[in-house]
Write a protein that binds this ligand. Structure first.
Ligand code: HAM
Length: 485
């Protein structure tokens, strides 16, 4: 019997020439950028379980939202508890905050998470039953700077990764009173158009009319063009706050589109909502979205503190990187591939392999005793940078040929120095960063002076090191000459 993966989920493989977005090294690259940017913005990592008591989502994400009403993976465990695979990360993080008293040391806390989410949706390109989200939740701050920071973080990540064809949509959906008044006006506007709306939007007319505004159906989209704008319903306080967010984004040079049709699918939002879309991903173009959700923690039994955040789909970010031809680093190559010939060399090689690895040098070895030619093929297949063949002769003389695979050149090196030589080959040094910086012009004197000081002290250190090197090289030369005599 052959087993197949369930519908709507996928494997992430070390290599997949047909579907590049499923290659592990691109995932690792994006995740490492996520961790770096979260650190730069002061967000700390949090992990919650992939399943929770179902009520957490049923009560807090919105009964009428798609992810709860249609897409929740609900199941009973053996103790007859009703559980759910998490469809999103915000409610679990709020649960973890209250349950673990994470705000006891201060009500300003910023968290990020990376992990799988589960939604029983109709699978298509860019939409999966298990997808992975990078999410952030900033707790305790109601300032427009916090809203702008949340947007800026996702924008900075996407541009750092190399994406350029992206649009930021922002909107203000006010508080509950604003939305209730707006819902009324929207329903009045939509009523005469009801027969012409899509079935999905007709179903939403009573339960969640706001969602009709961001319907993907073209007929609905034409109709809602003439709908009243929620921005005419927000109060003065909302407006001042929303304008300030826009000024802050302007000051950072981040372009955005104010889109009064953007309402987002989950119930907990108030005031600022946003989404970043890729202009070349087709229907599932939202790379990430979020907003402010000031009442959620209190509603869940926690303290009454404001919050804002977003969730971004890692699959879609990677697919956009590929669609926009962004350069992603190649899979790391092993530094050395060892080919032993015979039992003695095999024993020696296995010990050397461990020594290399304990010095953090990535190394592999042929364990099968196949012929050198075949083992070379394996070295090529794993894309080794260097190959070292060791046989009885090498063990006797204490020397072997280190072959550099890209150039095909070889160098005779002492077996005793393999670890040291490979360590030297693996080090690139901090000076490359200085060189990169030097290529950019300095806008002002202070920057240039600061840089000069840094380079100066680096050069001083280098001078001392060079002197030591010279000394050592002279000693080495002496040793070589002595041994030749
Ligand atoms: P969301 O808009 O439902 O928000 O999901 C966030 C992102 O996850 C989407 O923009 C999309 O990139 C990705 N995504 C969602 N569903 C799928 C799917 N079926 N397949 C692939 N990717 C998908 C939330 O989940 C909120 N919790 C975000 C948030 C955090 N708001 C405040 N804090």
């Amino acid at each position: 019997m052959k087993y197949q993966i369930p519908t709507g989920v996928f494997d992430i493989l070390p290599e997949d020439p047909k579907e590049e977005w499923r290659c592990m090294h691109i995932w690792a690259h994006v995740e490492s950028q996520i961790r770096e940017i979260s650190k730069d913005f002061g967000y700390r990592e949090i992990r919650t379980p992939i399943f929770e008591k179902a009520n957490l989502f049923l009560r807090n994400v919105g009964e009428t939202s798609d992810i709860v009403s249609k897409e929740l993976y609900l199941f009973e465990d053996k103790g007859e508890r009703l559980l759910a695979l998490r469809p999103e990360g915000t409610a679990p993080v709020m649960r973890a905050i209250t349950e673990n008293g994470l705000l006891n040391q201060g009500q300003h806390q910023k968290f990020f998470y990376i992990g799988p989410m589960f939604r029983y949706d109709r699978p298509q390109a860019g939409r999966y039953r298990q997808h992975h989200q990078f999410g952030i939740e900033a707790i305790g701050n109601r300032s427009p700077e916090q809203d702008a920071e949340v947007i800026a973080l996702l924008y900075t990540l996407l541009t750092r990764l190399g994406l350029s064809k992206i649009n930021i949509h922002i909107n203000c959906i006010g508080d509950k009173n604003v939305r209730d008044a707006f819902k009324q006006a929207l329903k009045e506007f939509l009523k005469p158009h009801l027969p012409n709306l899509s079935k999905e939007s007709r179903d939403r007319f009573e339960t969640n009319p706001l969602r009709i505004l961001d319907s993907k159906d073209e007929r609905d989209q034409k109709i809602v063009q003439g709908a009243p704008s929620i921005l005419d319903f927000i109060n003065d306080e909302n407006r001042v706050h929303f304008n300030r967010i826009q000024e802050l984004l302007d000051s950072l040079g981040i372009n955005y589109i104010v889109n009064p049709l953007l309402v987002r699918g989950l119930d907990y939002y108030n005031e600022m909502v946003f989404e970043i879309v890729s202009t070349d991903l087709g229907a599932q173009s939202s790379l990430g979205g979020g907003g402010r959700y000031d009442g959620l923690l209190k509603m869940m039994g926690g303290p009454d503190v404001p919050a804002a955040g977003f969730g971004a789909g890692i699959e879609r970010i990677i697919q956009a990187l590929i669609a926009q031809d962004c350069v992603t680093p190649e899979e790391a190559r092993p530094n050395l591939f060892l080919i032993p010939i015979g039992g003695k060399a095999s024993k020696y090689g296995f010990k050397l392999l461990q020594e290399l690895r304990s010095q953090k040098i990535s190394a592999q070895m042929d364990f099968t005793g196949r012929k050198v030619g075949k083992a070379m093929q394996l070295a090529n297949q794993v894309r080794a940078q260097h190959v070292l063949v060791i046989g009885d002769n090498e063990l006797e003389t204490g020397f072997a040929e280190l072959k550099e695979m890209d150039s095909g050149t070889s160098q005779r090196i002492p077996l005793d120095s393999v670890v040291r030589i490979l360590r030297i080959l693996e080090t690139s040094g901090p000076y490359l960063t200085y060189l990169e910086e030097l290529e950019k012009p300095f806008e002002n004197r202070e920057d240039a002076q600061f840089f000069m000081q840094k380079v100066h002290s680096a050069l001083e250190q280098t001078k001392t090191m060079t002197e030591k090197f010279h000394q050592q090289i002279t000693e080495l030369k002496g040793l070589i000459e002595e041994s030749e005599d």
